[in-house]
Each structure stands twice: as C-alpha cells, then as structure tokens.
Design a protein around this ligand. Sequence first.
Ligand SMILES: [Zn+2]
Length: 244
Amino acid sequence: MRVVFHPQFTEVYDSDPAAAPGRMESVLEALEDRYPLITAEAATEEDLLLVHRPEHVARVRERRRLYEIAVLAAGGAIKAATLALEGEPAFGLIRPPGHHASPNSCWGFCWFNNLAVAVEKLRRQGQVGHVLIVDFDLHYGDGTANAFAGVPQVRYRHLSGGSRELFFADLEQCLAGERADLVAVSAGFDRHEEDWGGLLKTQDYEAIGRMLRAYGAPVFAVLEGGYNHRVLGRNVRAFLDGLA
Ligand SMILES: [Zn+2]
C-alpha cells in the first residue's frame, strides 16, 4: 500500500469544506507514516483533455492557485493508478475531489475528475480493458458517470446506502459482476456515522477495503468527500488497512 500525496494539498485554495484547513493534516496524522508517501506530479493539459473539454480546462485555469493544486490532484490519481498496475494498492490522498466534475462542468467542490482522468489515461495507453469504478462516497458521482456514459468497457457503480446491510449487499453484488482488469475507487468518507451521511462505522471502511482487495484485480482509490476532521483520519486509515 502506498499513499500519493503532495504538500500543496494542505493549502486552503477555496472556502468549501473539501478545501478546509486541517483536513489533509488530520489524515496524515492518523496514518502516522504507516504507508510510504509518494509525491504527486502535476497532470499535463493533455491528460486533462482526455476527459474534459478545452473550455472547461480554460475556465479552471483562470483561478491560478486552484488550478495548480487541481492538476496535482489529477496527477496524483494517475500516479496511484499506475502504482496499482505495478501490483500494490495505492491511495491518492488528494484534493480537490473530483467525482462531481463532468467533461464540461463541475460542482460540489470538484474541478477536474481525478479518477476519470487516471482511468482514461490507462485505457488510452492500452494498459487496461475493462474497468470497474466503485464509488462509496455519500453522493452520486455524476461527473464520473457522465465521463464514461456510452463506454461499455467502464462500469460506474455508486453504492446505495439505505442501511449498512444494504450498503454491503450492494458492494458484494457490484464485485460479483463481470470481471474487470482494474478497480478504481472513489473513496468518500462522508457516509460515516459522525459525518454528513450518518451511516457507516469506522470498522466498515476496513471491511470495504478487504472486500475490494479480495476481488483480485489491481485497485487504486482516491479521496473524495469526508468532512469531519475528528474522524476522517481514522476512517481513511481503516480503509487503507483493509485494502493492504
Ligand atoms: Zn460526498
């Protein structure tokens, strides 16, 4: 298990909860150097254009400081995906999040779709055929779904969350489907019982990690939501422990 990070992710680039001060630090603290940190490198404009329209990239670029961090987040996802294909799970401890970023629009604290850019890059390079995207964030990743609409090789699944039982039944069913060469995970922790969703327990994230690992394909995950700094770190750590 390796964690992709960049010190610039600690910068407060906006006034939304994903950009809040102390959020990244709360995760780093909980991880206690348990997993090696790999430094994220910026995605190129060419990478972004695999998913996004030039107009969208240009609009984000107008906000220079935000853009700098957003391209590092997309590049961090690419790095995590590449590491996963080398045989060890990897986690992108990145922000801004990405699953609400569509090809030509974005909302919900997202700017570029980090995970989609990474998946699309590996696909274009011919490194993966079928990809399963599992999104366990509280919110539906409309941006990711839009990015891969009409692409039968990429399956996007947002897990339902009526109850813990339904959530795990849905995850099980999602992993029982057609085999994929790569599992890409939108890891949002806002469904925790002490976060916005009020549902999952910390140990549930370890169980999610174990189930994803047991699937047997290379797997990488990137941070999406998760806003209670008191519990975010330990939830990420539980997930990574399960995945490792
Ligand atoms: Zn969310």
